[in-house]
Ligand binder design. Structure first.
Ligand SMILES: Cc1cc2nc3c(=O)[nH]c(=O)nc-3n(C[C@H](O)[C@H](O)[C@H](O)COP(=O)(O)O)c2cc1C
Ligand SMILES: [Fe+2]
Ligand SMILES: [Fe+2]
Length: 396
């Protein structure tokens, strides 16, 4: 896809494809590459560009803009989200079109100031504000935290085209731009959701509620396929993936225990937590896939971590679990720690520090046992489990 692509007579794709990319932003695997989508809208009076592309693609991008704009000028650059995969060519655009007004949320304007280090003509917009390009009216829909605080959607009202930036995106670089000309990429879209949008499920629902009554004919995200066939199906996917988990109150105990001592403690914690109306899940983390671990973290109403101290530290598999806490939409902020140790026993306090760093409440202090837990320590573990379950019953 070297050229520009017509989506509607007055709307063109002017993005850049990156089919070889295998890790996005040093963070997420991209088995099928990605694309940085940008769009040019021509009204009767004015021209707007929606988002730009990564800086390394500036030259190609500017050539595409020029091929459509010719000697005319670009009036507006709409920045739906300031992250450099979409704003990376903004500086180059402003060099070329210094009079273009950068339209964004206040947060994106601040972020852009810290990214491009230069003055630019700017217009800050709020929910419902519009810009008329002449027979083509753009309306801005605030969509904060999809996935940065700065994010908004732009709706081209006449055509019913919604520009959503990262939301509804996919790291996918196929032979066509359009969803109806590609094989089913929804697993890739779901993976992208899991990597980027999942911690903000509640914001997804808020954004969907805002667009529910709009006429949406095409969704133009900033990565991957343009969704021109059955966009409602993809909105429904997002709603399904983002919906809150229902069910009984759950205490999840996640533990690791190379020699079995922490496991004995885990069983005692589970016994204590088994109050009426409370479902207790006890999981050896090495027996779970990453996806199962993330599901358990997300579904729990309280999280209890059991870990031995190994080399004065929390062992890596448990650090990984603690790292996943920020990759999901947690229901809970109630936690506790326990574990066996031999001589120094640092791990439990480290778990507590991690949880405190994520604003967890720790209703009971950690319980730790030197090597094989004695009967009185197992009793303390039961009490710890009960105290956590009590919190849920009180807050039910
Ligand atoms: C490789 C290794 C390193 C360890 N390093 C520490 C340590 O730095 N500090 C400590 O208190 N205990 C240390 N221990 C002892 C364990 O924490 C102790 O054996 C504990 O009971 C293991 O719990 P588990 O039975 O649940 O695996 C270490 C044990 C192993 C096997
Ligand atoms: Fe982003
Ligand atoms: Fe992005």
């Amino acid at each position: 896809m070297k050229d520009t692509i017509e989506i509607k007579p007055n709307v063109h794709w002017i993005g850049s494809v990156d089919p070889e990319l295998r890790i996005f932003d040093d963070l997420f695997p991209t088995e099928r590459g990605t694309s940085y989508n940008s769009y040019l809208i021509r009204g009767k009076d004015k021209i707007a560009v929606i988002d730009t592309v990564k800086e390394k693609r500036s030259e190609e991008f500017l050539a595409k803009v020029k091929s459509l704009v010719g000697k005319e000028k670009v009036d507006y650059i709409i920045v739906n989200h300031a992250e450099p995969d979409h704003s990376g060519s903004l500086a180059a655009m402003l060099e070329q079109y210094p009079a273009a007004t950068v339209v964004s949320t206040q947060a994106a304007k601040t972020f852009l100031g810290n990214l491009v280090h230069r003055e630019f003509p700017s217009q800050v917009v709020k929910d419902g504000d519009t810009i008329d390009l002449g027979g083509a009216r753009l309306r801005f829909i605030m969509a904060p935290y999809l996935h940065w605080p700065d994010t908004m959607f732009t709706l081209l009202e006449e055509e019913g085209i919604l520009f959503t930036c990262d939301a509804f995106g996919t790291h996918y670089s196929g032979d066509s731009l359009f969803n109806d000309e590609l094989h089913d990429f929804t697993p890739d879209m779901h993976f992208y959701f899991d990597c980027i949008v999942r911690p903000f499920k509640d914001k997804v629902i808020s954004a969907i509620n805002k667009i529910r009554n709009e006429r949406i004919v095409i969704i133009c995200p900033s990565h991957g396929p343009v969704i021109r066939s059955d966009p409602g199906r993809y909105v429904a996917f997002y709603e399904e993936w983002a919906k809150p988990v229902a069910g009984p109150k759950k205490v999840a105990i996640l533990y690791l225990s190379p020699h079995g001592n922490t496991e004995k403690m885990a069983r005692a914690v589970a016994r204590g937590a088994a109050l009426p109306g409370i479902e207790v899940g006890i999981y050896h983390i090495n027996h779970l896939s990453v996806s199962e671990i993330r599901d358990h973290l997300e579904e729990a109403d309280a999280l209890i971590f059991g870990t031995p101290t190994i080399n004065r530290d929390i062992p890596k598999p448990m650090w990984d679990v603690l790292a996943y806490l920020s990759t999901v939409k947690l229901k809970t902020n109630i936690g506790a720690a326990f574990g066996s140790y031999g001589w120094s026993g640092e791990a439990c306090k480290m778990v507590e520090d991690r949880l405190k760093g994520l604003n967890f409440k720790l209703p009971v202090p950690f319980v730790r046992a030197p090597f094989n837990p004695r009967a009185e320590v197992l009793k303390q573990c039961e009490e710890l489990g009960k105290a956590i379950a009590d919190e849920l019953v009180v807050n039910a």
